[in-house]
Design a protein around this ligand. Structure first.
Ligand SMILES: Nc1ncnc2c1ncn2[C@@H]1O[C@H](COP(=O)(O)OP(=O)(O)OP(=O)(O)O)[C@@H](O)[C@H]1O
Ligand SMILES: [Mg+2]
Length: 293
């Protein structure tokens, strides 16, 4: 029967996770903004796509009508550079917000070239923060205090963490509703994930009872290698539905966007990478706006 033929054809289509393909719903338009869902992009392993995913997921959420604030919590300042925010001695940075009670977050916020996408920049000053935070009263909640004045102005705040599980990352986890864990599909990544999920659990038990892992995002996936496909199978086996169906494949387009200082949706709007991050934004909103984050 014709209907059966259609059914079979759609059944063969799968995500790179191996799960059956489905469309994510277009997010409903909002008539007012805030309060924000706060998400941390965390993995103590370096170079797994945290900053790339923060920028591009943020830009796609803004394209889909959300007001988005990105917070750079890495002293390398890659997020600021990746969005083309120029270095300026006078700029108020996240470091000032953490340690100077008179610093205003409104003065720190920079608008990006994407409408609805704003940024709190960081610079190398932040490298002293790990040590300085140790002596602060309520040290795990320092970032939460800094972000509080703008929580009602944004729909989503994404914090781009550096490659460590130190006090800065704990500060990010302490003020988040959810964690997104980007990972590369290679064997050693799996071992690091256990330490990371332990840390998330500790923060949930001791500091932030609402914290949850919103999703594990496979980045830089190369479907041609058997190794990547094997690790993907293992990740899905261990983490089940927590793995986002959206997978970001490896392409030279992303290093290009870092150099250009803009997100992929403006650099190469019709590219596969742009479509993948748009899909991730829809999948994320489906997860968070259902109230599961
Ligand atoms: N899907 C992709 N395909 C190819 N290259 C990518 C992809 N995603 C990111 N990259 C590149 O990989 C490098 C590392 O990415 P990124 O800076 O986002 O990682 P990170 O986890 O933020 O690193 P760090 O831990 O140092 O902060 C960058 O040069 C980036 O352009
Ligand atoms: Mg980074």
């Amino acid at each position: 029967m014709a209907d059966d033929a259609l059914f079979d054809a759609s059944e063969q289509k799968t995500f790179l996770t191996g799960r059956p393909y489905r469309e994510f719903p277009e997010p409903a338009p909002l008539d007012k903004h805030g309060p924000a869902t706060v998400l941390s992009m965390v993995n103590q392993k370096g170079g797994v796509g945290k900053t790339t995913s923060t920028i591009n997921l943020g830009a796609c959420l803004a394209e889909q009508g959300r007001k988005v604030l990105l917070v750079d919590l890495d002293p390398q300042g890659a997020l600021s550079a990746g969005l083309g925010v120029s270095h300026d001695e006078e700029q108020v940075t996240v470091y000032d917000l953490l340690f100077d009670n008179t610093a205003s977050i409104h003065a720190a916020i920079k608008h990006s070239n994407v409408s609805g996408l704003d940024l709190v920049p960081a610079n190398i000053d932040l490298s002293a923060a790990e040590i300085q935070l140790v002596n602060e009263v309520g040290r795990e909640h320092t970032l939460a205090r800094a972000l509080r004045p703008v929580r009602n102005e944004y729909d989503i705040i994404i914090i781009d963490c550096g490659p460590s599980l130190g006090l800065l990352t704990v500060n990010a986890l302490a003020c988040s509703h959810g964690v997104i864990i980007p990972m590369e599909c290679e064997y050693f990544s799996l071992r690091g994930l256990a330490l990371l999920t332990d840390t998330v659990e500790k923060v949930r038990d001791r500091i932030n009872f609402d914290l949850d892992i919103v999703g594990i995002l496979v980045t830089m996936f190369d479907r041609r290698t058997t190794h990547a496909r094997e690790v993907m199978d293992r990740v899905v086996e261990v983490f089940g539905d927590r793995v986002f169906d959206t997978v970001i494949t490896r392409t030279v387009r992303f290093p290009e966007t870092s150099v250009a200082g803009e997100p992929i949706i403006t650099w190469a709007p019709r590219s596969q990478g742009a479509e993948q991050y748009r899909n991730l934004a829809r999948e994320l909103l489906e997860r968070t706006e259902r109230g599961t984050a």
